[in-house]
Design a protein around this ligand. Structure first.
Ligand code: GLA
Length: 743
């Protein structure tokens, strides 16, 4: 159903692909070397003679017969850099003169802050290890968890920190894991953005010093996403199809930090976990702190292959299942939704929503979603958040008449909520002003006229779970769009002693996960979307509990091409919701054809968010035809192997993507023109991932191939000769799409 943390370290449920070598884990007692093999990857570390857990190898799979000598610490480099500082460790404590990023930093009650972790013992499972480290003198135990996925070779790593001292200790910094690479030239890829501008792919050479990507905001954030990829060589050598890639993604939806540093010996270390900024988690005697999970993978064949590994891993191991898909290897493709947010904003009414639902059903929509505005005194964004009763003026008979109507039209029903927020103008805030994050006597900074409820508090947790459970019990709701429309300010929790208040950074997010898990448990048919003013809360932590995400409030179909390109480096198109909205677009004032808008959105999980009441019969007919065409090929698009054939980045005149299903029986190609210049024709598209010996029939979804293009040709022909588009495919904001089906 949903994934518990222990399930994160079990990759047994999915049968590995026929071509995959089985995974294996081994520990050599003589050399004290640990080795994990899965997919095309080997990961090796060992205990050095001092007792430290030292990184040895992460890369392409080695022969089963290959062996490693015992780990040898790196020597002291003059008197300024000790052997301890130079030696790359799996999980280094801050102590003994460590100047590299520590994995763990503690303050003991007596003022001691020195922590040196040595190997104590380990246990092995079918696909991993639990390795226990202990401080050289004090009763601090750290259990490092490792599990390797047999299909993809992606590792899940985490750490549990336990205090068995007689006094409390304060955890000031705790990573999930540190990854290491030997000295070489590398390029770092990472994703940044802002509201309505998420998913910008940045690529830069790794230089000595540290590049920090992080959120201090209490949640994942639009500004940086907890994913990285490191490729061998300079930025100019980065390729979709060639070269070594090491990549990782942190599963945490609170404040996080990933530090990529090149040290004094040119070694590269990537350390990620809770953001140490303003961190301080007091562990009482006997208590433990569980770090997030940091996933890491390797590919020898370019960024395209790295993202395909990650997509499949997310589909197979991260995303939750509903009652209907509990036993299936992959989650079901997303229903095509209609959402009226851009059409009506807060002006929702029973009659208005029913009118839109009738139009939506006629287009072939599967799910009708009512957005913000249906509850409390929510006329605009100044009031109502926190009061989750149905507004009696807008819905005098409750939600039932609308939901019944939506069902009678053959769709299921979804609803917008923003459970962690409150407007000061609400009954909830008037009753419980102490429930929000705040520092007593300090201002309560509002953003979008709202404050953040302190979800870390048990009573707030119970309130949020309670109202959502009631809403789902009383109404036949298939889907929640779970929004989160601001970041933290004044993150105080004054009900706790001063030393304990910073627990909010951990407990808030843990309670969010607990509520999502409990709701899915009590309502196993319900599906959930993670939205945070667009893509502000997208990470592998929340994806264990939600079925899809809203990548951006920016629905401009041209901007979306670049956003979708960036998004797919880290996340599968299955979760990438993409609405078709009105033209000219509200943000860029750009006018585009409906066909262009439809095809842009059809590269992900399609939705319609336009004012369809104002559509012409021709628009409705076009959308209906393309929704039907999309339904036929959707599994290939959202769950197949994605090839980014031509990137839309850097002002590219053209862009194209292709997806191929697992059986290689179907492929879908999308092609977009930004603006034709000098009469240039669209480049010939050499397709990828097909079976070279199979015959594939080409059929247009929208647009035409070049005159004389064979209607049937071999995979070898489509991949080596390639697909030419018709000479008339020119102009501004043009789009075409084709499918290939194995004969
Ligand atoms: C956020 C979401 C939008 C919409 C509004 C409603 O901005 O990202 O899609 O739901 O909230 O207030």
């Amino acid at each position: 159903m949903f994934k518990t943390l222990s399930a994160v370290f079990l990759f047994l449920a999915i049968p590995f692909a026929a071509h995959a070598q089985p995974s294996s884990v081994s520990f050599n007692a003589a050399t004290k070397v640990f080795r994990l093999d899965g997919g095309g990857v080997s990961y090796v570390f060992g205990v050095n003679p001092r007792g430290e857990l030292q990184q040895l190898y992460w890369g392409a799979r080695l022969a089963a017969t290959d062996s490693f000598p015992q780990a040898a610490p790196l020597p002291e480099l003059a008197s300024f850099d000790s052997s301890y500082n130079n030696t790359p460790q799996e999980y280094a404590g801050w102590g003994a003169g460590l100047f590299a990023e520590p994995a763990l930093k503690l303050s003991f009650a007596d003022g001691n802050r020195d922590l040196v972790l040595h190997y104590l013992r380990h246990t092995a499972s079918t696909n991993g290890f639990d390795v226990v480290l202990k401080d050289i003198a004090r009763e601090i135990y750290v259990t490092l968890h490792y599990a390797i996925d047999p299909n993809s070779g992606i590792l899940a790593r985490s750490a549990t920190i336990q205090n068995r001292e007689a006094q409390p200790v304060s955890v000031e910094q705790a990573a999930a894991a540190a990854w290491g690479l030997p000295p070489a030239h590398y390029t770092l890829s990472y994703l940044t953005g802002r509201w309505a501008g998420e998913w910008t792919l940045n690529q830069e050479a790794i230089h000595p010093g540290a590049r920090v990507i992080e959120s201090r905001r209490g949640s994942t954030g639009h500004q940086a996403n907890p994913w990285f990829a490191i490729t061998a060589g300079e930025p100019s050598e980065v390729s979709e199809e060639h070269g070594e890639v090491w990549f990782g993604a942190l599963a945490w939806s609170g404040s996080w930090r990933i530090t990529v540093e090149q040290d004094q010996l040119d070694e590269v270390r990537v350390t990620g976990g809770f953001n140490p900024f303003d961190f301080g988690y007091v562990l009482h005697p006997g208590e433990s702190l569980e770090a997030p999970v940091f996933y890491g993978g390797y590919s020898s064949s370019g960024l395209g292959s790295a993202s395909r590994l990650l997509h499949l891993f997310e589909l197979e191991h991260i995303l939750p299942r509903t009652a209907a898909t509990a036993t299936q290897t992959l989650p079901k493709p997303r229903p095509v939704i209609y959402n009226s947010w851009e059409a009506t904003e807060f002006k929702v009414t029973e009659a208005g929503q029913i009118a839109l639902a009738e139009k939506a059903a006629a287009l072939g929509i599967d799910r009708f979603v009512m957005d913000d505005g249906w509850f409390g005194q929510r006329k605009d964004d100044h009031a109502g958040l926190g009061d989750w009763y149905v507004n009696p003026d807008k819905f005098p008979h409750g939600l039932k008449p609308l939901i019944d109507k939506v069902h009678s039209l053959g769709m299921d029903f979804g609803l917008w909520v923003e459970p962690e927020m409150v407007n000061p103008d609400s009954d909830l805030y008037r009753k419980h002003p102490d429930w929000v994050l705040n520092f007593p006597g300090r201002p309560r900074t509002e953003q979008r006229n709202q404050l953040v409820l302190n979800l870390a508090r048990p009573d707030v947790h119970d309130y949020v779970l309670g109202f959502l459970d009631k809403l789902l019990n009383e109404n036949d709701i298939a889907f929640l769009k779970w929004d989160y429309n601001r970041n933290w300010a004044e993150p105080g929790w004054d009900q706790l002693p001063a030393t304990e208040q910073k627990r909010v950074y951990v407990n808030f997010t843990r309670n969010l996960y607990a509520i999502l898990a409990e709701l899915r448990h009590r309502h196993p048919k319900v599906e959930i979307e993670s939205c945070s003013g667009g893509g502000g809360r997208v990470d592998l932590g929340i994806l264990r509990y939600v079925d899809e995400v809203w990548p951006s409030d920016n629905t401009d179909p041209f901007d979306r091409l670049t956003q979708q390109d960036g998004f797919t480096y880290a996340y599968t198109p299955q979760i990438m919701m993409a609405w078709v909205t009105d033209s000219p677009h509200w943000l860029n004032k750009r006018s585009t054809s409906l066909s262009y808008r439809m095809l842009s959105s059809m590269q992900g999980s399609l939705g319609i968010g336009a004012n369809i009441a104002a559509w012409s019969p021709e628009d409705a007919a076009l959308a209906k035809r393309l929704i039907a065409a999309y339904h036929q090929v959707q599994p290939t698009i959202v769950q197949g192997s994605l090839y980014r054939l031509i990137s839309p980045r850097n002002g590219s005149e053209f862009s194209a993507t292709q997806t191929v299903n697992e059986e290689k029986t179907q492929s879908v190609v999308f092609a977009f023109i930004h603006s034709t210049q000098e009469g240039r024709l669209f480049p010939r598209l050499k397709l990828q991932g097909l079976d070279p010996t199979a015959e594939y029939a080409l059929s247009p979804i929208e647009g035409k191939p070049h005159t004389g293009t064979p209607s049937v040709a071999s995979g070898a022909w489509w991949m080596n000769h390639g697909l030419n588009l018709d000479d008339s495919f020119r102009g501004d904001f043009q789009a075409a799409a084709f499918r290939l089906d194995k004969k």
